[in-house]
Structures are given as C-alpha cells and as structure tokens.
Design a protein around this ligand. Structure first.
Ligand code: DAK
Length: 257
C-alpha cells in the first residue's frame, strides 16, 4: 500500500512529505494521522530542531478529500471528529514547523499551511479557500487565520469568491515568508530549517511560544510574557555559551540546555 505520508530526517531537520499525487495530495484521516505520528516522533527526538511539511511540485494539498467526505452527514462528521483528531498537532508541537508550498494549497491545504509557523512558497504556489464552490465553508481555520495573515479585505475576497492567490500576491500580502523558484524551494527550505535547528532548542521554543503569544493576548500581556521568557533565558547554559562565543569571536556550540 502506498504510504500517504513520507518521513525523512535531514540532519537536525525532520521532513514530512504528503504523498497522494493521484489526488493532488487531498487530505484524509490517514494523511492527517500520518503527519501527527511524524510530529510526535520529531517532538520526542532531542536532535530535531525544526520540522518541514511539504507536498510535491503540483500540490501542497488541494484540500480535504472531497470524494471521501461528500456523503457525510452531520452526525457522522461530529461523532468521528472528522479530520480533527490529529489536525491541531501541527499547531501544538513546540518545535517550529515550516510549510514548503509548491502548486496548490487550497481549502484544508491552505489551512494546514497556515497552521505551520511560516510558509515558504515556490513561484508556482496558489493559495485559496474555494469551499464556497462546494456548497460549504472553510472549517479548519480559513476564516480565522487568513484574516490575521492577510487582513480582512483579502480574506473576505478569497473565502467569498473562491479565487486563488498566486505566490507573489501571497508574499506581498504577508501570508508567505519567503518565495523561491520552484526547483529551489525544498533545498532552500531545508537550508533555512537547518539554520534554525542549529540554534539552542530551548531558545527556539521560547521564541516560538512568545511570537504565538502575540496572537493570543493583548499587546501588554504579550510584552510581559516576552519579558519574563527573555529574563528566564539568562538561566540557560546556551545563553552563556552564545554570548561568550560572540565576545571570544568564535562559533557558539549549543547543547540545548
Ligand atoms: N479531493 C479529492 N480529490 C481531489 C481534490 C480534493 N480536494 N483535488 C483534486 N483532486 C483529484 C481530482 O479529482 C483528480 O482526480 P482524477 O480525476 O484524476 O481521479 C486529480 O486530483 C487531479 O485533479 P484535476 O484533474 O482537477 O487537476 P486540475 O489541474 O485540473 O485542477 C485543482 C486542480 C486543485 C484546481 C482542482 O482539482 C480542484 O479545484 N480541486 C478541489 C479544490 C477544493 O475545492 N478544495 C477544498 C476542499 S474542502 C477540517 C479540516 C479540513 C477541512 C475541513 C475541516 N477539520 C479539521 C474540521 C477542509 C475542507 C476542504 O478542503
């Protein structure tokens, strides 16, 4: 049986590939559970400092599997917690997750990319929330994360018109952190992920937690949280090492403590 999720390790980077090319990487329970299991493994591995999720050159993921869900009724979707059981795992991991998006990231695919900490896109990427065309609406963060990323006007436009946004527009709007020619996307993303993973793991986690706080609290609360976490970073051996290395003009060697 084809494995719908492929998992690789590149040094300190964990790579997860969605692998349903025959269906534009449409998401089903197996895919989402596979991603959840891979994240559990990477989370438990002290050697991994950053995770990358990608698809193939045609699609990151063209949304939830429409054939699979077309006959669902409310009771089934609710009782089985459709897709949800591992869906939030991307969000709850304490290690940074980069979505490397080439081709289509539509519906649940766009929502999954937005759940990651940042999106790196190929110039071929296309983002959209076309659920309205199917007689339904975004159900996994599209109406919530998209306005936060690109503002209300563009989010309304995408969710209500079902139009796709190309990579250049997505980068300009703030959805995409970095844009690459398609043939360089994965290499460049792995390189960036390796740079992140080379820093001190506790500091990586402190920064992720603090940036996320910006979305979940008032500015004053967020600043206070950041200040407390910043102060606590002085308790790290890696802080002593990082600053000593700078003063001694050598490369820091972090031990994740
Ligand atoms: N589901 C199933 N199969 C799909 C698919 C999808 N979403 N997208 C594409 N495919 C399949 C096509 O049926 C086709 O299969 P065959 O006919 O070859 O067997 C194959 O992939 C190639 O697609 P096309 O022939 O259509 O290729 P094109 O290049 O012409 O068009 C396209 C590519 C991506 C523009 C088009 O396929 C398309 O519009 N796809 C549907 C996009 C869409 O509507 N996505 C939104 C789905 S709703 C939740 C989590 C997630 C969700 C909800 C809740 N919870 C946690 C609660 C998500 C919901 C959605 O995403």
């Amino acid at each position: 049986m084809t494995q719908v999720v492929l998992v690789e390790t590149h040094g300190k980077v964990g790579l997860i590939r969605i692998n349903r090319p025959e269906a534009m990487n449409a998401l089903n329970n197996d895919v989402v559970d596979g991603i959840g299991a891979a994240i559990n493994t990477f989370e438990a591995d002290e050697n991994i400092g950053c995770i990358v999720i990608t698809g193939n050159e045609k699609a990151f993921a063209a949304g939830a599997d429409i054939g699979f869900m077309k006959d669902f009724d409310y009771m089934h979707a609710y009782k089985t917690d459709f897709i949800t059981r591992n869906w939030e795992r991307i969000k709850t991991t304490r290690k940074p997750v980069i979505a490397a998006v080439a081709g289509f990231a539509l519906g649940g695919g766009c929502e999954m990319a937005m759940m990651c900490d940042m999106i790196f896109a190929a110039d071929t990427a296309k983002f959209g929330q076309p659920e309205i065309r199917l007689g339904t609406m975004p159900g996994a963060g599209g109406t919530q994360r998209l306005p936060r990323a690109v503002g209300k006007a563009k989010a309304m436009d995408l969710c209500l018109s079902a139009r796709m946004m190309d990579a250049a527009e997505a980068e300009k709007a703030g959805l995409v952190a970095r844009l690459y020619p398609a043939d360089q996307l994965l290499d460049e993303t792995l390189k960036a992920a390796a740079t992140i993973a080379g820093f001190s793991l506790p500091v990586i986690m402190m920064i992720k937690e603090s940036v996320n706080r910006a979305y979940e609290s008032s500015l004053n609360e967020g600043l206070l949280f950041e200040r407390r976490v910043f102060h606590s970073a002085f308790a790290l051996e890696d802080q002593k090492e990082g600053m000593a290395a700078f003063v001694e003009k050598r490369k820091a060697s972090f031990r994740n403590r």
